[in-house]
Ligand binder design. Structure first.
Ligand code: MN
Length: 664
């Protein structure tokens, strides 16, 4: 143990004469961004940040992370909030502590590389709106993706923090690709680019304590700029890794307020304050002031988000990282995706397929958006591949990755996957080797033209340019053109209390359930319920699969549900797959216009129809782009014919099995 960390004296009255540390550890608080992003799917609302904002400003944090990452997306997509307004509002309460944002370099706050003109405008507007520290990362650690944003950060006089995404292919740091030399070289690259600080971004909680020690030591020797450690608690190692990093001389550490800490989030600040109290790295923070903030979060804020907390497990850590290096957040995404697809039994196959897909795709770090890219492709492979054919349903993003649109991968991508992915790829079948944004045409002007009827200022325009579908929808709510859906409105503390009462009653066994149909359904474990239209009448039909032969068990008239005209029973697994080979498991739902329905193979958001009613299509022609878990899937016609009916429009959400269009 380092001499510096020893207590100066054991006879101290800390309230009166707590010694000032010679080299106090600096802390960035992540409660208002990564904290709720990790624990409640980034659903934290600005109004729930205000009650603690002034108190947080008093603590003495090096910076507070308030923005970026997924917040830009979730605010406008789910919370009916203007993402830009969040910075401006919080600035009114947090006046002394710098604001940090997580910037996905050329991906900005989205999931693909954007053109240079949009990237420049976005960074400039972020700075003007109030961001001081730009924590910048690239999912592939390809710093050519920093070349556009960094000069703008510097031009605005702001702090450029360069990140190195921490990842590995072995149980611990090392191996052929991600060894200590790799990280030291990356740090030197960042220093050359003018980084004000360097952050080791351990988004999956992979870094083991002794690796943290070795890494921080090596970085401190290699470069002279301050080193910052960001490590998620997911695997349970982060508190230990923090301490070893402090012993190795790390300058800045990330933590959360305790109610927003641990699990897939970060270690809490309070134990760290106590750990370092009276040492040369003492933070100097007032633990009582921290406790006051915690009390507010615990009593007034957290209850509103209880329903978003994952309470399906007793354990607060996820040892999958220790077992097979799969980041926790990514796993829960995969599990949700499989659950929605009724394919949870395939999880073991997913575990096996994931490292194969990652290797095929160049051993890329698993962080947004690459974790989704690898994750969804893995799920697609497990669900749709056949023995004779791998990569049957390749997502648009994997195609882009193969083309080089995300940058250079740590090791080359499997040439066979490239060949398959780029067959008919519109930009060309030969991958690029230049900086990705060089092949992107400017996009801001075009977006401004498209949204001029709705957008009022440049911030509206940028929102639309980055998120055209959900951004446009939000702007309609913002300017009163459409009514805000009920599910986007905030939950009150009273709502939360009423829910808790109900949960408590249920736990005590005091809730009485309505029986009838429910009871019948429970008796028949193979029962599936379908919604069927016959002429203008709408029925719920229960179908039991007994020994493979479908048996209709009940038919119940039902009130028509407005946007769901008909649902195909068990849709063909992939639209490109020959649907006719497999007999339908239940009587096919009659479509009003006849013809053959194309059903959504995944739940998701309709991005765009590439056809209109009356168009002729050949089997395999692109019909609709469906976004599932942020990844775009191109759905092709499953048969030759004419588009008879289009059931949804851009921006609509669909469930698995919903009929997207009818081809006849
Ligand atoms: Mn993080």
């Amino acid at each position: 143990m380092s001499e510096h960390n020893k207590l100066k004296t054991t006879k101290m009255n800390y309230d009166k004469d707590r010694p000032k540390a010679e080299n106090p550890l600096k802390i960035m608080d992540l409660t208002l961004r990564d904290g709720h992003q990790s624990l409640f799917a980034t659903r934290g609302r600005t109004e729930d940040m205000i009650p603690i904002a002034e108190k947080i400003d008093q603590i003495g944090f090096w910076a507070v992370e308030t923005w970026g990452g997924a917040t830009f997306d979730t605010t406008h997509r789910y919370l009916n909030e203007d993402p830009w307004e969040r910075i401006r509002t919080l600035k009114r309460y947090i006046k002394n502590t710098p604001f940090s944002m997580l910037l996905r370099a050329q991906n900005l706050v989205g999931y693909r590389n954007y053109a240079d003109d949009l990237a420049e405008a976005f960074v400039e507007r972020s700075a003007i709106n109030g961001i001081d520290v730009f924590r910048t990362f690239d999912a592939l650690n390809d710093y050519r993706n920093f070349e556009t944003v960094v000069p703008i950060i510097k031009k605005c006089g702001k702090h450029f923090q360069g990140c190195i995404c921490y990842t590995m292919t072995e149980p611990r740091m090392g191996g052929e690709v991600y060894n200590i030399d790799y990280y030291v070289n990356k740090a030197k690259e960042l220093a050359k680019m003018g980084a004000d600080t360097i952050c080791i971004k351990d988004m999956a909680g992979l870094i083991a304590p002794y690796d943290a020690y070795a890494l921080i030591k090596a970085l401190k020797e290699a470069v002279s700029i301050p080193i910052h450690l960001h490590s998620h608690f997911t695997s349970g190692m982060a508190s230990m890794s923090h301490l070893k990093a402090i012993e190795a001389g790390v300058d800045i550490i990330d933590t959360c307020m305790s109610p927003y800490a641990y699990r897939t989030s970060h270690p809490a600040i309070e134990p760290l304050v106590m750990t370092l109290l009276g040492t040369d790295r003492d933070t100097g923070f007032d633990i009582k002031a921290l406790a006051e903030i915690n009390a507010i979060l615990e009593k007034e804020i957290m209850p509103k988000y209880r329903h978003l907390l994952d309470d399906t497990k007793m354990s607060i850590i996820d040892i999958n990282v220790l077992l097979h290096q799969t980041p926790g957040g990514m796993l829960s995404n995969l599990i949700n995706q499989l659950r929605e697809m009724d394919a949870l039994d395939k999880i073991d196959e997913v575990y096996k397929e994931l490292p194969r897909v990652r290797k095929d795709l160049g051993q890329i770090p698993l962080v947004t958006p690459t974790s989704q890219i690898v994750g969804i492709q893995t799920v697609n492979n497990v669900l749709f591949d056949e023995d004779k054919e791998r990569y049957k349903m390749i997502t648009g993003q994997v195609k882009d990755l193969c083309y080089g649109l995300y940058g250079k991968t740590a090791v080359p991508i499997n040439p066979e996957v490239i060949k398959k992915a780029l067959k008919g790829y519109p930009r060309g079948e030969e991958p690029i080797t230049c900086r990705p944004a060089e092949v992107l045409t400017p996009e801001l002007k075009k977006a401004q033209e498209e949204i001029k009827e709705l957008a009022v200022d440049i911030d509206d325009e940028i929102l639309y340019a980055i998120f055209p579908v959900t951004g446009k929808k939000y702007l309609k709510y913002k300017y009163g053109k459409e009514k805000v859906p009920k599910e986007m409105l905030p939950k009150t503390l009273e709502d939360a209390k009423a829910e808790l009462e109900l949960i408590t009653k249920a736990k005590a066994g005091l809730l009485v359930e309505k029986k009838e149909m429910k009871e019948y359904q429970e008796e028949c474990e193979n029962l599936r319920e379908f919604k069927v239209f016959v002429d203008d009448d709408y029925f719920k039909v229960g179908v039991e699969e007994i020994g493979g032969a479908p048996v209709v068990s009940y038919v119940q008239p039902a009130a028509p549900l407005a946007p769901v005209p008909a649902a195909a029973p068990k849709p063909a697994p992939a639209p490109a797959a020959p649907a006719a080979e497999k007999p339908a498991a239940a009587p096919a739902a009659a479509s009003a216009s006849g013809g053959s329905p194309l059903a959504a193979p995944l739940p998701g958001l309709i991005i765009d129809y590439k056809v209109k009613e009356g168009d002729s299509v050949k089997k395999g022609d692109t019909v609709v782009i469906l976004e599932a878990m942020k990844m775009e899937n191109t759905l092709g016609a499953h048969t030759d014919g004419v588009i008879k009916e289009i059931k949804y429009e851009s921006g609509d959400n669909v469930a698995k099995g919903d009929v997207l269009c009818v081809i006849g």
